[in-house]
Write a protein that binds this ligand. Sequence first.
Ligand code: ARG
Length: 535
Amino acid sequence: MIADDIRQAVLKAVKTAFPEINLKPEDIELEHPTAQEHRDYSTNIALKLKTGHPREVAQKIVVQLQETTSLEASVAGPGFINFTLSPAALMEAAQKIEIAPIGKGKTVVIDYAAPNIARRFGVGHLRSTIIGQALYNIYQSLGYKVIGDNHLGDWGTQFGKLLYMINEKAKGDFTIDDLEKWYVEFHRQSTPQMEAAARFWFKRLEDGDKKARNLWKKCVDVSMEEFNRIFDLLGVKIDFAYGESFYEDKMPAVIMDAQKISKLSDGARVVEIPGIKIPLMLVKSDGATTYATRDLATLKFRKEQWNPDIMIYEVGVDQELHFRQVFAVARQLGYVKQGAILCHTRHGMYRWPSGRFRTREGNTPKLEGILQEAIARAAKLGSQEAAQAVGIGAIKYFDLKHGVQSDIVFDWEKMFELQGDSGPYLQYTFARAQSVLRKSKGKNQKAKITGELTNEELALLRYLYRFPEVVEAAARQYAPNLVCSYLFELAKRYNNFYNNCPILGNDLRLKLTATTADVLKNGLNLLGIEALERM
Ligand code: ARG
């Protein structure tokens, strides 16, 4: 990558000009200055060194650079050093756009989707699925070994209530809608007797009672049928789905491990955590284990199974406290490899322009209905064959272009804006480039710069080589939206080039077109969006 070369050159120049200063390559921050179109990189190293007047320091470094390299460097403002890449250097960089395998030998576990059995697949789980899959692809592209785990909500005391209701209400088969309705009903009518009966049902389930197990299994099956339809529509396949029930027999060991750091409080077993007011509850006063206990067992299992260096929980911001507690206790118990990163992404919520998306009161739109509507809207834009890829791509892109932690106001118009920051716009731009390349009969273009470049050509060249940097930043910051904004800007530059520079018959322009198409395709694929040859 060019950035690495510049960093090394600056390092050498500083060493020569200021032998007393000891620098590491990471100390040299490089940015793409936004304001000045003719500068490609900029560093604040002269301001950071604090070894004299920053402008003079910068000047000394620049002199060194000029003596030993062919880099075009100059001093700017209070002491920044700007770098301008020559067209030849830009062209060379554009010919080898490669994502560096910085993750080689490292393992990442991504915990995502995780819908709850007996409840509909919600929009929160949609966000988790879309963002989780994008992070999965991004990390994989960087050479990490990536493991996806769908931590299904298929265990817990709520199943006691459900089984009680099923036993009361069901005449034969039931649907996920019935289950949702009955669950709400239980809470509306609940009496101490019903609560006791529900607890008894959960106990039967935990004890392996046949009838309880069968009913539970039926709940799982009807739910999974719907979930799988949605995963199919989204084109997402998650490596594992251990789910909470998998940890049922692994919780006693966790409670044992935590013996020394936990205590009884009003009959419940809890762990107090320095710096967090609310203790983590391991066992409730009625003896039932909790969601948190299962997450601890999950961390222990994942360490034994995969020993990950990074674990990403793609879960909403409403579970912030839960994960702070679980992470802290897991580290105390030695369930996390030394130095490993635990990240809770804390995604924001979806809202309608008129208010919140509801979850229980009935005005939640059904997710499958939303996905089908997106496909129907896409069908109106272009070919039937493309409709699914365009419709689902629109949904995914709209989600991903928002910062993970921001809330999203659902907006069909923006999602399908053909001239705006949307999935269809990017797919359209890719298809347009492909169509040019088809017309050129795929001649292997030997790109050579002869004479002056046009502004549009330069604008593309100054942007293409940055793709690998953006992918790295997206991984480091758990921020697929960085890939979105990069692709949108690239598409704008390409379309501007397309509209102003006749491409056919010009080898350099064909090469730029082919390179742009490659980057668009790779970028869209990272986001889980199909790049279509034709639209
Ligand atoms: N099923 C949970 C929910 O919908 C999300 C699970 C997230 N993952 C985890 N390891 N806790 O709220």
